[in-house]
Design a protein around this ligand. Structure first.
Ligand SMILES: [Zn+2]
Length: 689
């Protein structure tokens, strides 16, 4: 990232100009570290890294579809051999849906000619469309040249109702295919079915109720305001009644089902989506919902109730959505003429909402105001905290803003203040791993390290260690940046670099306080590591995290920070290396028999069949096929022999051999167990090993 790029385009607020000049003259990282905590910088810099879904969709769409079992091998081959058909109908039907313009399509096609990339990838690269849209087309919208007649549920309905015969449908399908027209549209255009018949058929396909909305006349403003008007107009959707404590929301385009699912997360009460005739919906929307009526409704209210301004309402909706989706972060990212709101759920970012620029600005200003940040300051990064009551629960967010090309990017992380400390078992440790952990912690002094990449749950593991120590240890102290969870009975110190309270200064101060157990948030510099080692050698149990790619790699990392083999060997009690893997969605997983390749990967002998699981994605897992994450671990307790090997500053393979002899439980063994037990799929295993 260069300084020029980081400079936002802002016309108004001339008072900020000097600051922007200052931005230009400074190194970006320097600028960040001056204003923000390390944790915040890491959040901001890594939030885009962990995106397996995106990575795959921009990889190869057909491969993805095959992997996810959306299409069969036969269909895959057919698709592979018919790129042109797909391109033509994809572009055409995306244009018809208003997702891209004719201009964009023309531009994309000219780029395609130069690059030779398929259309869908070009559209993604030019940021003209979202991966989700393309995937959805592949799944349902374009009728791929698969020979087989599509939409079996609709067809059965048409035949059962006596609307069409099998023969008519077959003929219609052949003709639609030849003309490259979507099947449903062909039926309609050739007057074989009415709009309403198609709509009822779509409701059957989705398993949703159908309502012609004939009885709906007036809808209370209270109901209408439960969903932002922009969303209603964009999806032609209308909340129209509450029954059995459910909000009934009518919509007309079956392709918006996924958006409806997301919308459901943002409401205070459960939502029942209902399909309704488009014409009737449009009529009602035009009469009842316009941007103007909403504005006036809000203005009236905002005079009396400050908290119900549109921005406040939108912020509540966004925050509630995150909590209902069990997500961890919110990102508000401005672009040229809108801003997207994304949630991170189980480490994967999902697009949730698009705000217009004006609303995005107001929401940002509100967040900054509530978090005690300078609202007018849009050119310098800031961080802050936000405490809000959402649906009767207090929620705590850590906020960071960073100037970007089109305004300010805001990252919000939900701080789990009431986190029930996970036991080792809840963290996913196996019986023998839990036992090893307890042994490492039982020693009154020494250094226990957890290692892993950013976002692998190292700190959570340390907290669980502290929690399990509490009962038999008296003086526990921590130095952290930032303090993530509050622990009762533990003295926690927050690093404050600006005031000179660095990790190393903090550790020194805490040792003077006679700590029995000391947790150091992270070892990342020579000074801290030296004090940590000294403390561990002189009778303190020291717990910390270090960046490394394996358990033995953590030992090597210590030495790279200048620790002698002798000190490292004597101080270390044990190392835990960990990763987080995506748990398969139990709602949509399905068993299958492992093939020869998979058996080989799993190192299975003999010819007993093995059942593995894969998932195709469903509404409850946002179509990812995954739900939640689980830790996988590689652990080694340093024994006498390994200690002596470390003294000699060993090579990687010598260290690895010593760890194996010391009984190291390798990561692969743990992951393999999870594949066999059906908790994760085999792709996830190959991904991390
Ligand atoms: Zn699922």
């Amino acid at each position: 990232m260069t300084n020029n790029k980081a400079e936002p385009i802002e016309e108004e607020a001339p008072a900020d100009k000097p600051a922007s000049a200052e931005v230009r003259n400074k190194d970006f990282v320097e600028l960040l570290t001056e204003k923000l905590s390390w944790q915040t910088i890491r959040d901001v810099m890594t939030y885009d890294v962990n995106r397996p879904l995106m990575e795959k969709t921009t990889g190869d769409l057909a491969d993805l579809a095959l992997q996810r079992s959306w299409i069969t091998r036969e269909q895959y081959d057919e698709l592979r051999n018919s790129d042109d058909d797909v391109t033509e109908s994809l572009g055409q039907s995306m244009m018809e849906r208003g997702l891209i313009t004719q201009e964009q399509l023309t531009k994309a096609k000219s780029v395609m000619e130069r690059t030779g990339q398929p259309l869908w990838r070009t559209l993604l690269q030019l940021k003209m469309t979202l991966p989700a849209d393309v995937v959805q087309f592949l799944k349902s919208d374009i009728e791929l040249p698969f020979g087989k007649r599509p939409r079996p549920v609709l067809c059965r309905y048409l035949v059962d109702e006596g609307i069409c015969s099998e023969e008519q449908l077959d003929a219609a399908w052949r003709e639609a295919k030849a003309q490259k027209i979507e099947f449903g549209r062909y039926l309609k255009e050739n007057s074989m079915v009415s709009d309403e018949v198609l709509e009822r058929g779509a409701a059957l396909e989705l398993g949703l109720p159908f309502d012609d909305l004939a009885d709906v006349d007036e809808i209370s403003t209270h109901l209408l305001r439960m969903i932002p008007s922009g969303v209603l107009l964009r999806f032609t959707a209308l909340p129209y009644k509450v029954e059995a404590e459910q909000l009934f929301v009518a919509f007309s385009d079956p392709r918006h089902m996924e958006e409806m699912t997301k919308l459901g997360l943002m409401l205070k009460m459960p939502m029942q989506p209902v399909l309704a005739p488009r014409a009737r919906l449009e009529e009602l929307l035009e009469r009842l919902v316009s941007v103007d009526t909403f504005k006036s409704a809000y203005t009236q209210d905002s005079e009396t109730k400050e908290d119900e301004s549109p921005a406040a309402n939108m912020l509540t909706i966004i925050l509630r959505g995150l909590i209902n989706a069990e997500g961890s972060d919110i990102h508000i990212e401005p672009s040229l003429d809108s801003a997207r709101v994304r949630y991170r759920v189980d480490g994967i970012l999902h697009d949730f909402l698009t705000l217009d620029t004006d609303m995005a600005r107001r929401v940002s200003a509100r967040i900054k105001g509530l978090a005690g940040m300078e609202i007018e300051q849009r050119f310098m990064p800031q961080d802050g905290h936000l405490n809000l009551r959402i649906d009767d629960a207090d929620r705590n967010f850590r906020i960071a803003t960073v100037p970007s090309m089109y305004g300010e990017t805001i990252a919000m992380r939900l701080v789990q203040s009431e986190m029930a400390f996970s036991s080792f078992q809840q963290l996913g440790m196996l019986e023998n791993q839990r036992q090893l952990m307890t042994e490492m912690l039982n020693s009154p002094s020494g250094l226990v390290l957890t290692a892993g990449p950013v976002g692998s749950g190292k700190t959570t593991t340390l907290y669980s260690c502290l929690n399990c120590l509490e009962c038999f240890n008296q003086n526990i102290m921590t130095i952290e940046d930032p303090v993530e969870f509050e622990l009762s009975g533990v003295t926690q110190v927050q690093v404050q670099n600006k005031r000179g309270l660095t990790f190393s200064a903090g550790v020194r101060a805490l040792l003077r306080q006679d700590a029995d157990t000391l947790m150091i948030g992270e070892i990342r510099d020579e000074e801290t590591v030296q004090i940590a080692i000294r403390a561990a050698l002189s009778g303190t149990l020291v717990l910390s995290t270090i960046h490394a790619n394996s358990a033995t790699g953590a030992v090597a990392s210590l030495m790279q920070l200048g620790v002698t083999g002798f000190s490292a060997g004597n101080a270390l009690s044990g190392v835990v290396f960990q990763r987080l893997v995506h748990r398969i969605c139990k709602n949509c997983r399905e068993p299958y028999e492992a093939d020869a390749m998979e058996r080989k990967e799993l190192e299975v002998e003999g010819d007993e069949p093995i059942t593995l699981y894969r998932s195709r994605g469903c509404d409850s897992c946002f179509r990812t096929g995954y739900h939640g994450r689980i830790g996988v671990y590689e652990m080694v307790k340093i024994d006498e022999e390994m200690r002596h090997v470390i003294f000699s500053r060993p090579t990687h393979s010598e260290l690895q051999a010593a760890a194996t002899r010391a009984g190291m439980i390798p990561l692969k063994a743990h992951v393999r167990e999870l594949v066999i037990s059906g908790d994760i799929n085999i792709k996830e295993m190959l991904h991390i090993i």
